[in-house]
Design a protein. Sequence first.
Lengths: 211, 211
Amino acid sequence: MKTIPGKKKPAQKANLGRILAAASKLFTKQGFHGTSTRDIAAEAGVSLGNIYNYFATKEEIFVSLLETCEKEYFQPDQPLIKALLSSSFPDNIEALGFASRATVEKFSAYILLIYVDVVEFEAKHVAKLFANMRAGYAAAMKTRGAGGLEKIAPDVDPVAALMMVTWNYYNYFIMEKLFKVKGHYGLPDTEAVKLFARIFKRGILARKTGD
Amino acid sequence: MKTIPGKKKPAQKANLGRILAAASKLFTKQGFHGTSTRDIAAEAGVSLGNIYNYFATKEEIFVSLLETCEKEYFQPDQPLIKALLSSSFPDNIEALGFASRATVEKFSAYILLIYVDVVEFEAKHVAKLFANMRAGYAAAMKTRGAGGLEKIAPDVDPVAALMMVTWNYYNYFIMEKLFKVKGHYGLPDTEAVKLFARIFKRGILARKTGD
DNA sequence: CATATATGAACGATCGTTCGTTCATATAAA
DNA sequence: TTTATATGAACGAACGATCGTTCATATATG
């Protein structure tokens, strides 16, 4: 049979999509080893054997999910990437907060799969993701629109500050949305974003006393 | 035969300790469903059947580990609790950083078990832990030595600020020690603690420009 | 026809748990 | 003390269920 390499058969990957969606739903709910191939087949509405027409092993399904998510996650039109690249730090601190919220909501499955990998595979599939984290933020800061650096206090490392802000928001919304600890600061999301931005910009201390 | 109910046979719980230690080591490495009771028995140097003289089910071992850790975690002599209760915010920001590091290192198994619960049990065993988080920090702030509140800017919620600082350090060291992303800010621990404290105290913005 | 795609029974391995048994020790009876 | 009885820790074979994976076969597509 001839298959033009770039061309895909149009209508015959419906089951592949169903299998991936089912695996994502189950892996993020009960983990990898807690999910059986029969669970996946039943959830996908597909026969058990048919899964192995698309994937050689159960782990291959998991890896495929991670790769698909990672690829989409770093697309320049995704909220956090867009916020990092389009606006300039530190003017965009609140924007980073809302972009973090949007990212955690949109990529909740991805983030949970990363946790699954950390817990059940000693992070072996995602280790490379974390390896050069600072370099990634530094690159984003180089690429961004100019005009923020002079607003940053001279004794503050701008890249580290950007990471601190981003991860603070990120972890807050992971706790809110993925660990389902709703309102754990006793504030609505919007107020929390504002509070964090307020503290990041001018600090916790009152102004009259030098620290 | 008569057995006095309150009386216990004296010294025979060495194997119980071995079983718990083995289960902790394996659960934190490969997750709950990825660890078999035979794995635990082998690691503990104990027979398979003997495990069931101490625990009715595998899940009961897991729950027992969580409960033991939780109890110890909240003892007033543990580093983070001690820092929260003995010194006053915001003077103790750096101390909170180092206490967070000590806590993550000392309770690494506990934290990993919490992640296991989130990933494999939908957080059903630890959900109550997170439920009243703000109330716990508010109580700690009430109990602490007095004398810090007037140093906090009037538009900053002190309890939320305390939570923000603590969780920032906490998540930093979880990434460092448990996810094994060493030096992900490109700084040694001590410098990272100082940098975060600097930003938390006086903010990212340079002083001359109002925000 | 030839070729993907789909099915579910079947395989061997491993799972959590149970079972019958052994054995060292503790107490009761002698 | 010696003997009898009771206890429960410890063992590992065994059980039924379920696991990931394979395979023979069927159907649909071209």
